[in-house]
Design a protein around this ligand. Structure first.
Ligand SMILES: Nc1nc2c(ncn2[C@@H]2O[C@H](COP(=O)(O)OP(=O)(O)OP(=O)(O)O)[C@@H](O)[C@H]2O)c(=O)[nH]1
Length: 505
């Protein structure tokens, strides 16, 4: 029963732990999803903001280069006119701090005028990508070229250029504005994207214009084969995705935003590990607390179960001890009521039973009879056959009496020495005499040799007393005395016979 309860308890505990683990896992999973959603929102907002910032810078550059181109086309590339245009150029970087240089090239790529005249390398730019582009493209729209190292000061720059035409619409050169990448980097660097975050500005064709953190080897790289260009941008101009960086092998969540006006793409990426680090810490802490609490419950349950088990064990031991004590007690009670030699009831038992049986006879309005039985010439038997043989003889006689009066509520007891007593409840004198006769006959039939008795065998003499239960009640001693008196007369009469008491109750 207790084992079943322990089993039920353990099952409930297991189910509870299982449910707590599931709830904990769900909670950790939900907070992870929420954290990733928050990261996606943050990088989306940042990419949107930086897209606007970059658009603003390039728009200013576009307006500037448009004006410069229009003026140059109107006034022509005459030296005097160019000198005036140069005056207009001076101080332009006050309005657009990102400006690295502004240059006007003639039809052959030779520099006509520049905001900063000092050039470190070749002055001719006929080999530059932007120049070749405009040479071969009649469009008057600005062209954002791949990043190059400025020949003015050796810094990385983005080129914004526009084609110049003569009055016949023929290619007449290029107006160029270069923007310092370092100004973009400075702005990007002020944004908190963690240690492993990255911000990128990529041209419509997939050429990396700016990347923060800056590394020269990434500038100008073509990433048009990345999933951003092959998949995501094909479906939407903005969104979020997750990818393994081809540059540094870091898993990042990133947002992309394609500029509607110029087509460049702004990306803001945050390392997944970094973005999830606070979630990870919280989840670990929560798990440790739950595991600690579960451990506490298990330990308490263990001690409680151990205590229950101990108590059950000691209860069982106690029951066993009680049972064996009761058995021992029963044995002791039986032993206390039994004569050890003959196995008959002893004198104490007889004293206890007699008044009870008398009372029963009173209740039932019956008579009660009592027989005192004494072995004849037992002293000579003992003297001649020995005490042990005397004991055997006593056992044989006891067994014979018991067999004879067996059944009913008769009680045969050893009264003392070689004397026995028989209580015959619900038995009147005539019935008692019949019993006495049978006892004498049966003992004779046992044929126990006794050559020192005139009968040659062991015999008994019996004294009988009888009376109605009601009359005997309270005078049980008298019943015994009458039987003893009758026994005396039986001995006197020659033994091996019975005499009934003449005393009446
Ligand atoms: N072996 C044995 N003998 C016992 C025991 N109890 C009493 N006796 C003997 O029983 C004998 C009783 O003898 P007596 O009372 O003198 O009478 P008796 O020899 O039987 O003669 P009657 O009774 O007159 O026929 C004694 O010798 C006791 O020692 C016992 O437990 N074992």
């Amino acid at each position: 029963m207790m084992k079943k309860q322990i089993f039920i308890g353990l099952t409930i505990l297991t189910v509870v732990f299982f449910m707590i683990s599931i709830i904990l896992s769900i909670n950790i999973w939900i907070t992870r999803v929420q954290t990733i959603n928050d990261l996606n929102t943050n990088v989306s907002n940042l990419s949107h903001t930086l897209n606007l910032y970059s658009e603003g810078v390039i728009r200013q550059g576009e307006m500037f280069i448009d004006n410069l181109s229009d003026i140059t086309e109107i006034y022509g590339e005459d030296k005097n006119k160019l000198a005036n245009i140069k005056k207009i150029l001076a101080g332009q970087n006050e309005f657009l701090e990102q400006i690295n240089n502004v240059v006007i090239y003639d039809v052959n790529g030779n520099k006509l005028i520049a905001l900063h005249e000092k050039f470190n390398g070749r002055v001719n730019s006929a080999d530059r990508f932007f120049f070749i582009y405009h040479q071969n493209n009649t469009s008057k729209k600005i062209f954002i070229g791949p990043p190059v190292v400025s020949r003015t000061n050796g810094k990385w720059v983005i080129t914004i250029s526009r084609r110049l035409d003569d009055h016949l619409g023929r290619f007449a050169g290029v107006a160029l504005l270069t923007l310092n990448i370092e100004n973009f980097l400075e702005t990007f660097g002020n944004i908190n994207i963690g240690h492993s975050g990255a911000i990128g500005l990529t041209s419509e064709s997939g050429i990396l214009l700016v990347r923060y953190p800056f590394d020269e080897k990434y500038i100008g790289r073509v990433i048009s084969d990345s999933p951003l260009f092959t998949t995501y941008l094909k479906h939407s101009d903005s969104g979020t995705a997750r990818s393994l960086s081809r540059f540094d092998n870091i898993q990042r969540i990133y947002a992309f935003q394609k500029n509607k006006r110029y087509g460049f793409v702004t990306t803001v990426a945050i390392s997944v590990d970094e973005g999830l680090s606070s979630w990870k810490k919280q989840s670990e802490m929560l798990s440790v607390i739950v595991i600690f609490l579960m451990g506490g419950v298990i330990t308490s349950a263990y001690f409680i179960l151990r205590d229950i088990h101990r108590r059950v064990y000691s209860n069982r031991e106690l029951s066993k001890t009680t049972a064996s004590l009761m058995t021992a007690n029963k044995k002791l009670t039986a032993m206390a009521a039994e004569d050890s030699l003959t196995g008959l009831a002893n004198r104490r038992k007889f004293d206890e039973v007699l008044p009870r049986e008398v009372l029963q006879c009173v209740v039932n309005n019956h008579s009660i009879s009592l027989m005192l039985i004494d072995i004849d010439y037992f002293k000579t038997y003992n003297d001649n056959y020995g005490h042990l043989a005397g004991d055997d003889c006593l056992r044989q006689v006891a067994t014979s009496i018991k067999k004879t009066v067996k059944g009913g509520s008769a009680l045969v007891a050893r009264y003392g020495g070689e004397e026995f007593v028989v209580i015959l409840p619900a038995t009147d004198l005539i019935a008692a005499e019949k019993n006495a006769k049978k006892i004498i006959q049966n003992i004779c039939q046992e044929n126990i040799p006794h050559e020192y008795s005139p009968f040659g065998i062991v015999t008994v003499s019996i004294g009988i007393a009888s009376g109605p239960g009601l009359a005997v009640k309270g005078k049980e001693k008298m019943l015994i005395e009458y039987a003893d008196d009758a026994l005396y007369h039986a001995k006197y009469a020659g033994r091996n016979g019975f005499i009934s008491s003449t005393h009446l109750f």
